[in-house]
Ligand binder design. Structure first.
Ligand code: TRP
Length: 347
């Protein structure tokens, strides 16, 4: 039986951070290494341009940063097809065909788009390309017959929109497109990491991130400045481990091995939390431990990144090869779509 196809992508609007790592990147590497799926990961530069048309330099520069991040966390072009959206023109033509199947009213109702339009303050001045990016995203998904889309909750309305397009297309033109399903990872595998300031989300626009490419000194400085519990003033005070970003990060990253290696007076995180709650444990000690834990994860990523930064030609070649492979796959779907619509006049 053919393997199920997994596809997901990122907008290149900056470097990737630890929030991306625990929220999706780590899971992608697991899915890739399971050998159970055909995996496609792509850089959605066209989608990023829909609200950055006047700032193409940002997208161009971020593209290579995201590719470096992919390679340094262990996405492997021998196992995963890594490609660039703009280099697969078949996606653009599919988008044109799908545009006819969606109403303006439906697009404006999409909760994800609604929120994003508000966040960006577009109002009625929303670029048409931005409003219609869910349709282009449906092209990304259907071009590769993707079955499973690993995404966060915020992307669910986009998967829903894609399903609708698949239904509409298939009911008019016959069974051509494959219906995708969102793949929400369970909490243990994927979680939302709060920002350094304790805000709900680590996000570039809030400036509260640890980037995968941050150097050791930067990571240390950022962790030391993290918010903990505002009422935990003296070491003797009892502290709150909930709503305490330092402990949330430890929940995400610390293993019993880390305790053995860096903080052997505690067996595990439970014991550390108990001591903090009881009182008598200072923030600095916990933060120093967190720095060690994060370094264990980030150091190998940094090393790989340094290698590829020295070999950018390899990075571009990898994207070029992946895009070529993606074009061949997407062309198969596009040919079927053209046949189904009947615009294959010269065949
Ligand atoms: N919208 C996604 C994001 O903002 C990126 C994306 C584009 C995507 N096309 C996709 C994700 C197709 C999954 C499938 O991160």
């Amino acid at each position: 039986m053919a393997k199920k196809v997994i596809l997901t992508g990122d907008r290149p609007t900056g470097k990737l951070h630890l929030g991306h790592y625990v929220g999706s990147l780590k899971n992608r590497v697991m899915l890739q290494n399971s050998g159970e799926y055909d995996v496609y990961v792509f850089i959605a530069d066209l989608q990023a341009l829909t609200d950055n048309a006047r700032n193409p330099e940002k997208i161009r520069n971020s593209l290579v940063e995201v590719a470096l991040d992919y390679l340094s966390i262990g996405l492997d072009p021998a196992k995963t097809t890594i490609f660039v959206q703009s280099q697969v023109p078949q996606l653009t033509e599919l988008t044109v065909h799908y545009l006819n199947l969606v109403t303006l009213a439906r697009l404006k109702r999409n909760p994800t788009i609604k929120t994003e339009i508000k966040e960006r303050g577009f109002g009625e001045a929303v670029p048409v390309g931005f409003l219609t990016y869910p349709i282009s995203q449906a092209a990304d998904i259907t071009a590769f017959n993707a079955n499973l889309i690993p995404v966060g909750e915020d992307q669910l309305p986009l998967i829903e929109q894609c399903k609708e397009i698949v239904h509409t297309f298939n009911s008019i033109y016959g069974d051509v497109l494959v219906e995708p399903e969102a793949m929400l990872a369970d909490n243990k595998v994927c979680m939302r990491l709060p920002g350094l300031d304790g805000k709900a989300k680590m996000s570039k626009s809030l400036g509260n991130c640890i980037y995968l490419s941050d150097d050791k000194e930067t990571v240390k400085r950022k962790v030391m400045s993290m918010y903990t519990d505002a009422n935990h003033i003296r070491v003797e005070d009892s502290g709150n481990v909930k709503d305490n970003a330092v402990f949330t990060y430890l929940d995400a990253f610390a293993t019993d091995e880390h305790f053995k290696k860096y903080l052997s007076e505690y067996k595990n995180l439970e014991e550390l939390k108990a001591h903090y709650s009881r009182g008598g444990l200072g923030d600095v000690k916990v933060k120093k431990f967190l720095v060690n834990v994060l370094e264990d994860i980030l150091e190998p990523i940094r090393e790989k990144r340094a290698y590829y930064e020295e070999h950018l030609d390899l990075v571009y070649k990898m994207l070029e090869d992946g895009s070529k492979k993606a074009r061949l796959e997407a062309q198969k779907t596009l040919t079927k779509v053209r046949d189904a619509i009947g615009i294959n006049y010269f065949k």
